[in-house]
Design a protein around this ligand. Structure first.
Ligand code: UD1
Ligand code: MG
Length: 479
């Protein structure tokens, strides 16, 4: 069927979220709640989309413009109920056709479910249909009241329901399809004589029926899709369901996820078959993981391109590229601009930022590598620091091919180490090192013989030294 108009209701305050962020802008799997709803509506190809905004409307409007540029936002200055919101949204709407109405706080609803609902609406030749669900705990929702033959009579809100009505477990999901003409005719007749003193959209069902038109309550078969978010625990509940859906899709596509309950992958992430993801990973943004890679455990990747057969263990990386067959971690911190070629290694307690590392090069232990270009086949010794910041500005370091940087070297930028050069362990390199040379930049060692025997007399060190044959010989160079 053609849907002429879609109305998304998103003016509510979401007070139960206790947040400075409007409810519909809270995040699930890398998208806002309302973005999920608009995403489900998009494939329906409706002629027009209207979003009713109210609370924090400037922020919500700006967001809607970004994610659904064709949508029109309608401002409801006073939250006078769902019926009032729809009254406003219908101003200037076409007089004929069909309108789909849904809430902006039900992010799990799928396009397919809306399409099935629409098909049933057509099959029943209904003028007003509501999507219903049977909930294990229906508390708080509007209940579906049916007659002796199962026909839909009306919807009653929790706060207005009597004991018998409260025992009904079939609820109103807040998704409706109306013939626009029938809706327009009846919606002006809504009254606020209810527990909340609001105009309830739900009351339209009984009004349409009383007017002699046909109504239908159409039961959905997966109640989890219709869960609404009103507080943080419902946010977490919906996020977990979304996580399982995403993980199931990846597993069906050939990705091994060892523990799907602790693996959080956002929408938009691409993972090729035969990737293995160990427990405790968070993968988000425009991340792409190529076939044969191993990720985790406990690894965070945001906007990272991981090459084939690379391993990223117990690490954190953002806005970076990890080449094929490279090994990162455990405990590495790859900050934005890290580009690793293939067969590289970034090891334990290494932090990188804005650095390009050539094929086969290694930074295996305890280093900081910032603002640098490193060639191919180079080894950066343990505890090397690229000293890129002079307190005011950042400077670049260039290290050539097949270089051996000795352990605990300080490379004070700007500085260049030529191809095949070495630096001695513990050096502070402040000048360029020509290709093929070794730079030694540290104080020469001197040994003060017998110092411990004289200055630490009776200590365990002195005793051991004596046993080893050390003698109290005062050296000429001493003290
Ligand atoms: C509503 C339904 C209830 C249903 C439930 C499903 C009514 C009266 N009740 O209750 O039968 O079981 O949804 O989740 O409709 N909104 C506006 N303007 C307003 C009031 C609400 O735009 O003046 C928006 C809200 O932002 C929200 C949606 O309408 O997205 C539903 O409102 P909410 O207050 O959450 O209604 P519920 O109490 O959940
Ligand atoms: Mg609600």
């Amino acid at each position: 069927m053609t849907i002429d108009l879609v109305i998304v209701l998103a003016a509510g305050e979401g007070t139960r979220m206790k947040s400075s962020t409007p409810k519909v802008l809270h995040n699930i799997a890398g998208r806002s709640i309302i973005d999920h709803v608009l995403g489900a509506v998009e494939p329906l190809g409706a002629k027009e989309l209207r979003v009713v905004v109210g609370s924090a409307h400037e922020v919500v409007e700006a967001h809607v413009k970004e994610v659904a540029p064709k949508a029109k936002t309608i401002f409801q200055s006073e939250r006078n109920g769902t019926g009032h919101a729809v009254q406003l949204a219908l101003e200037g709407a076409p007089d004929k056709g069909s309108v789909l109405i849904l809430a902006g706080d039900t992010p799990l609803l799928r396009s397919e479910t809306i399409k099935e609902f629409a098909a049933a609406h057509v099959a029943y030749e209904s003028d007003a249909s509501v999507l219903t669900a049977i909930l294990p705990d229906p508390f708080g929702y509007g209940r579906i009241v049916r007659g002796d033959t199962g026909e839909l009579l009306r919807i009653v809100e929790e706060r207005d329901a009597n004991a018998e009505e409260k025992s009904i477990d079939e609820i109103n999901t807040g998704v409706y399809l109306f013939d626009i003409a029938s809706l327009k005719k009846t919606i002006s007749g809504l009254k606020s004589s209810n527990a909340q003193g609001e105009l309830y959209l739900t009351d339209v069902i009984a009004l349409v029926k009383d007017g002699g038109s046909s109504v239908a309550g159409i039961l959905s078969n997966d109640y989890t899709e219709t869960l609404g978010i009103n507080d943080r625990s419902q946010l977490a509940e919906c996020a977990a369901i979304m996580r399982d859906r995403i993980n199931d899709d990846f597993m069906r596509a050939g990705v091994s996820i060892i523990d799907p309950t602790t693996t959080w992958i956002d929408f938009g992430v691409q993972i090729e078959p035969d990737v293995t993801i160990f427990p405790g990973c968070a993968i988000s943004g425009a991340t792409h993981i190529a076939s044969g890679a191993f990720i985790g455990p406990r690894t965070t990747l945001h906007n990272v391109k991981v090459g084939e057969k690379a391993s990223v263990l117990e690490s954190w990386a953002a806005d970076s590229k990890i080449g094929s067959s490279s090994v990162v971690g455990p405990f590495s911190y790859l900050r934005p601009g890290t580009i690793l070629s293939s067969h590289t290694k970034v090891g334990a307690y290494v932090e990188t930022k804005n650095v390009t590392i050539g094929e086969g090069s290694k930074v295996p232990h305890l280093s900081y590598v910032g603002d640098a270009t490193i060639g191919t086949g180079t080894n950066i010794g343990a505890a090397t620091i690229f000293v890129n910041y002079d307190g005011v500005e950042k400077h670049h370091t260039t290290v050539g091919n097949d270089v051996r940087i000795g352990s605990d070297t300080m490379l004070v930028a700007p500085v260049t180490v030529g191809d095949g050069a070495y630096t001695a362990a513990g050096s502070v390199i402040t000048e360029d090192v020509p290709a093929g040379s070794i730079a030694v930049a540290r104080a020469k060692q001197r040994n003060v013989l017998g110092w411990v025997l004289r200055k630490r007399k009776g200590s365990s060190s002195a005793t051991s030294a004596e046993k080893a044959g050390a003698q109290d010989v005062k050296s000429a160079k001493e003290e």
